[in-house]
Design a protein around this ligand. Structure first.
Ligand SMILES: Nc1ncnc2c1ncn2[C@@H]1O[C@H](COP(=O)(O)OP(=O)(O)OP(=O)(O)O)[C@@H](O)[C@H]1O
Ligand SMILES: N[C@@H](CCO)C(=O)O
Length: 316
């Protein structure tokens, strides 16, 4: 095989109470990448479509490029030559894991193109390198769910310990992206370094409650646990109409609603597709009331992660 096209899904990181440790994948949007083998060694970005010229074409500054480069170095295959065409199908600085979707699509595609020398789980550190250049921090709560699919817990970063959690089949996510931009680097910079013992205890209770609620499953427990007393109060000011959009989601039957990743997108979880659609319309209306247009996406938790669109998937 000398060419492959892969799609990697967007993700909701943090999931209210789990800053840097929880994330899940959704069906759409996502990024698409095509890799074509070349005789001459080296990783080259030949085209990026859909970024309005804003993303770095330099391999070592693009999350897809850096993920592929560090992967090839690790497996001692710097002799490999590959051309990258990246189709950005989601906005930058969106809070939907745009930088992560590119790096996951890239590293997954190169591993398949080479006949899968590494198991999927081992690709995670290379995708995390993409996050390091995008936001200054190699956080895994976008790349891990995009790569593995499903709802993921990062129990530890050193050593990396990632667990995939079962979620109820009828759990639906509404993701609303208001047409404004928040840079992850900036959204991390405004966070406080100290947290009170009182808030730590509340947050730990919600973290444990959310996992128990998802695994049982217990929708009321999920609902009670989708609360963030540490990060959301600080970052909410970056999102105009945050409180109104959140209230609209809850009034329309959402189990909970918070910031997706570092924002400005917001997510809500609901018990059915119908409720999730209604919640999305109400949230969009809240943004529109102050003249902010938005896109809404409704899907189940995506359990598949990346998928090969053109080319052959290596059998597992
Ligand atoms: N392939 C890529 N896709 C997206 N951003 C990239 C890529 N390569 C490099 N970057 C850089 O990463 C930054 C965007 O990352 P940022 O984390 O702010 O957005 P995001 O990934 O959409 O956010 P979030 O992780 O909150 O969803 C931009 O500065 C951009 O230049
Ligand atoms: N956990 C990261 C995710 C960024 O999408 C943050 O909130 O900064």
């Amino acid at each position: 095989m000398d060419s492959i096209t892969v799609f990697a899904p967007a993700t909701v990181a943090n999931v209210a109470c789990g800053f840097d440790i929880f994330g899940f994948a959704v069906d759409n949007p996502g990024d698409q990448i095509t890799l074509t083998a070349r005789d001459e060694p080296g990783v080259r970005i030949t085209d990026i479509i859909g970024d309005e010229g804003r993303l770095p074409r330099e391999t070592s500054r693009n999350t897809a490029g850096i993920a592929i480069q560090t992967y090839l170095k690790h497996i001692n295959r710097t002799d490999v030559g590959v051309d990258i065409v990246l189709h950005k199908q989601m906005p930058l600085g969106s809070g939907m894991g745009s930088s992560a979707a590119s790096s996951v699509a890239g590293v997954y595609a190169i591993n398949e193109l080479l006949g899968r020398p590494l198991p999927i789980m081992k690709l995670l550190p290379f995708a995390m390198e993409g996050e390091r250049i995008a936001s200054g921090s190699a956080h895994a709560d976008n790349v891990a769910p995009s790569l593995l699919g499903g709802f993921v817990v990062i129990r530890s970063y050193q050593p990396l310990d990632v667990i995939r959690i079962e979620t109820p089949a009828s759990l639906f996510c509404t993701l609303v992206h208001p047409d404004i931009e928040v840079n992850t680097k900036d959204a991390r910079f405004i966070l406080k370094n100290e947290v009170s013992l009182k808030n730590t205890i509340i947050q730990m209770g919600n973290v444990a409650g959310l996992i128990a609620g998802l695994m049982t499953p217990d929708y009321d427990l999920i609902s009670r646990s989708l609360v963030d007393v540490i990060i959301e109060p600080v970052r909410a000011i970056l999102i105009p109409e945050f409180n109104e959009a959140k209230q609209a989601a809850l009034d329309n039957g959402a189990l909970g609603c918070s910031i997706s990743g570092s924002g400005p997108s917001m997510f809500a979880l609901s018990r059915s597709a119908e409720i999730a659609e209604r919640v999305g319309a109400a949230m969009q209306q809240a943004f529109l009331s102050v003249g902010i247009t938005s896109e809404a996406y409704v899907s189940q938790i995506n359990r598949q992660g990346p998928k090969v669109l053109v080319g052959e998937q290596v059998p597992s």
